[in-house]
Design a protein around this ligand. Structure first.
Ligand code: CP
Length: 305
């Protein structure tokens, strides 16, 4: 039995297979419409979500399976003090696979150690968000045609942004990847990622503060939200929240084929005035999230179609 805690849990070959399967699902949805008949997905979300939870549910329904679960700690017995390890032992009696989001780093890993069913990390605190990374890889691969030889700008909250941490870990395995890390001083990428991931693997990167200085050299701009829920005080959040706003003027500095990705939700960091720009692909990205989660469910349940 396999779980998914980090994008590194899959080899590059396995990732390629998963992305190819997702592309086939996109092209031939009817072929997969009953692949999970009789199977149940539990979504155990201790933290708010729109995309991840609902795209997991849509994925399982598209595969002909069923879904059950809870969408907040308050509506589960966690509010009475139940541990994650006890909860997953119980969920193992009710479902065939579980997607879990938790505000504490490592909670889905603890669940996986006590589970009789595959557990998928659907986001743990400021640590990892592997299924967002699968979504991001599928988006780039489908729309750019490659995952190698790319200059990727990561912009915003690079300190607490779990999507950014997971994406860096996944992309460094492809040749010719360069990063431009764009953040205010206080929200720089954590030193363990800079030293243990980027420098250890000799991945070229630069750290800059002004988004305008990066635009012309990027193939991909991956923008993130400054996350109010990760700040210890409101004053720091208010100071940082509108540090970056991607607007038409900044988009004019970018190459004609640069893609703008965002895991969403956005607040102010991307102006709605660029939503119609063909380079703005963040809503397509949300759609790719369904295909890749369908592929992931099939892979972890070892169902071949
Ligand atoms: N991208 C993402 O994780 O969105 P949700 O928080 O809405 O799931």
């Amino acid at each position: 039995m396999r779980h998914l805690m980090s994008p590194m849990d899959f080899s590059t070959e396995e990732l390629d297979q998963l992305l190819n399967l997702a592309n086939d699902i996109e092209k031939n949805p009817s072929k997969y419409a009953h692949a999970c008949a009789g199977k149940k997905l539990a979504t155990c979300f201790y933290e708010p979500s729109t995309r991840t939870r609902l795209s997991f549910e849509a994925a399982m329904l598209n595969l002909g399976g069923s879904v059950l679960g809870f969408s907040s700690a308050d509506s589960s017995s966690a509010s009475k003090g139940e541990s994650v390890s006890d909860t997953i032992r119980v969920i193992s009696c009710y479902a065939d696979i579980c997607a879990m989001r938790h505000p504490k780093e490592g909670a889905p890993l603890v669940a996986s150690l006590h589970s009789r069913i595959p557990v998928i990390n659907a986001g743990d605190g400021g640590h990892q968000h592997p299924t967002q990374t699968l979504t991001d890889l599928l988006t780039v691969h489908s729309l750019k045609g490659r995952l190698s030889d790319l200059t990727i700008g990561l912009c915003g909250d690079l300190k607490f942004g779990r999507t950014v941490h997971s994406l860096i870990n996944a992309l460094i395995r492809y040749p010719g990847i360069r990063f431009v890390l764009i953040s205010p001083e206080e929200l720089k990428v954590p030193s363990y990622i800079r030293e243990e991931v980027l420098e250890k693997n000799q991945i070229p990167y630069e750290e800059i503060i002004r988004l305008e200085d990066a635009m012309e050299k990027l193939d991909i701009l991956y923008t993130t939200r400054v996350q109010r829920e990760r700040f210890f005080n409101e004053e720091d959040y208010v100071r940082m929240k509108d540090f970056y706003i991607l607007d038409k003027a900044k988009m004019e500095l970018a190459p004609k084929d640069m893609l703008v990705l965002h895991p969403l939700p956005r607040v102010n960091e991307i102006s709605v005035e660029i939503d119609d720009d063909p380079r703005a692909v963040y809503f397509k990205q949300a759609q790719y999230g369904v295909y890749v989660r369908m592929a992931l469910i099939l892979t972890l349940l070892e169902i071949e179609v």
